[in-house]
Design a protein around this ligand. Sequence first.
Ligand code: ASP
Length: 315
Amino acid sequence: MIIVASSNGAIGIERALQTLKAGGSALDAVEVGIRAVEANPAERSVGYNGYPNILGELELDASIMDGHSLNSGAVALLRGFPYAISVARQVMDRNLPHVLLAGSGAERFAREIGAEARDEMLTDEIREVWRRRLVTSSATGEFPRLSDDSPLLGLVKLATDPERVQGTVNFIAMDRAGDIASGVSTSGWAWKYPGRIGDSPIIGAGNYADNRYGACACTGMGEMAIRAGTARSLVLYLQMGMPLPEAARQAMLDLRDLRGDFIGGMNLIALDSEGGHIGLSSGAGGSYIVQHADMRTHEEVEREVVTIPARWAQE
Ligand code: ASP
């Protein structure tokens, strides 16, 4: 039994491990761990009180994958429901013929299953950060008009600050039976264009699990993981016989081939079917966390750095 998570998962990792020890499945552990992060108002990039989109609305993305059955569930652009990971799990567990629900359909589904709702998803403090950010980003130095027909394109390019907007939580668990599950939850890029969906709810991009080989989950510039299919690539490299460190490095190196003006950072964590784990980062380094059954508390493990030169076009 083992849990691997991004370092902002520290608040949930012990609960996740307890879930496994009490006989819960890897899916249960992933959900429990991520819910703790989603509930934490101090975590600005996941669940309640994350950074909103350019209109000041919080749109959440999440996904969960079962490495035993390769079933998965995901939600995108979910508003008014703080526990996006639980809604994603229900998309999988209710046996719908669907994997991903977005926007008003995801919200309708969440209401229909009685998911926990919350009227106010942002604190006044975050609203003020958003307001100030728009003022400093607007050409006039005043708070911009944000009616339905206001142009947002220029504003989004200015307001989306690659240094400051990143954050997402990743959890991967292996249970007593050797089943692997992975989950990802995020409020996405701060100040994003309304309707923008990142890699976190896209199976194969930000999240992938297959018991036979392993699992991978990503944080960073989701557009890159979508373009390269990063989580699925890593697991496929394992399937092709690469050892975990090599598979992880190759999945990161693939991102160097992406062209265009918007190349930012990428981070991933991964677990193989033997319980081996690794974390990589494209620049910032940092750490990820691990706890297995006989550890009293989690340990921080340094991420290996695989550099991807950033390119960011500001107008
Ligand atoms: N990957 C997330 C997204 O693109 C954000 C992040 O991890 O920073 O929505």
